[in-house]
Design a protein around this ligand. Sequence first.
Ligand SMILES: Cc1cc2nc3c(=O)[nH]c(=O)nc-3n(C[C@H](O)[C@H](O)[C@H](O)COP(=O)(O)O)c2cc1C
Length: 327
Amino acid sequence: MRHIEPKDLSISEVLSLLLGGINPRPIALVATISENGNNNLAPFSFFNAFGANPPIVAFSPSSRVRDGSHKDTYHNLKRTKECTIQVVTFDMVEQVNLASTEYETGIDEFVKSGLTPIPSDLVKSARVKESPFQMECRLNQIVYLGEGKGSGNLMICEVIKFHIDEWIMEDNQIDPFKMDLVARNGANYYTRASGDAIFEVERPLLTKGIGYDQLPESMKLSSIFTGNDLAKFGNSEKIPSHQEVCAFIEQMEKKLPIDPELEPEHLLERAIRDSDYEMMLLVGMYLKKQNHLRAKTIIERAAQVALHNNQREFAWNAAMLSIQFDH
Ligand SMILES: Cc1cc2nc3c(=O)[nH]c(=O)nc-3n(C[C@H](O)[C@H](O)[C@H](O)COP(=O)(O)O)c2cc1C
């Protein structure tokens, strides 16, 4: 590990550490009205939502590292107390990047980027047509997070109207796969929230999971189960009883012996390829009967694959069966 105190770095080094370490960050595409009445548009990734009642979002147009001056968005929002904020999708990212150019004050970045301004209902700032999620906002307060070069200016805004493209909705919820959002990483990197990058994690049980500490020691010592696997086991209401595990084993044993024509290794290879956790378990049980050294590992792998497929009951029973090797 490197251990660094910010006082030992330059401001731009501190900034690049923050940008590199805290990411991917959501991007607010903020539209305001300039002093001469023109549209102004710029992206900000020091951005998030902070409350629902009232709906509060905040972003920080920092003072420039170069000379400590404030950005146009800061001046416009401070003066007019209004803006629109929209999210950024993959299809818009290059235009949004272009909109981040430090054009002279009064230059309309809608024109420069080619993004389309559309009128808002409650504020004067335009909305960005290409974004599927737009918010009309009123400035609530500015929190100054320092003074001079690189200091943050937290613009805390209340959302007074949401505009959501019907196309991104599924069962009255926003579908992240349809949204196709991008987020900001460090340097020139972005993250696209699509495909495998989006995955589900089951919320902690309302009834409260047993927790990592209650898991059998042998599961915690396993070289197969990862920290994620153990936490998923820990998010269960209870450990199956001895009777439940026995009933499970009995049921599985009825499916034995496995095809004697085929080599267990061959079966196992196929089961792993197909994520067939039941076949993995059967091969493990077959090898167990032969006192094969790999049996425990294979049964734990079966439990793990079942867990990854959200077959929690099967996973628990298989994990408890693997514990029997320790006695
Ligand atoms: C994706 C992205 C995220 C950005 N995030 C921030 C940010 O959080 N804070 C900031 O001060 N500048 C940020 N910038 C730079 C501003 O967009 C840039 O300084 C812009 O010219 C400001 O425009 P304005 O002067 O019209 O307000 C970001 C740029 C990009 C491309």
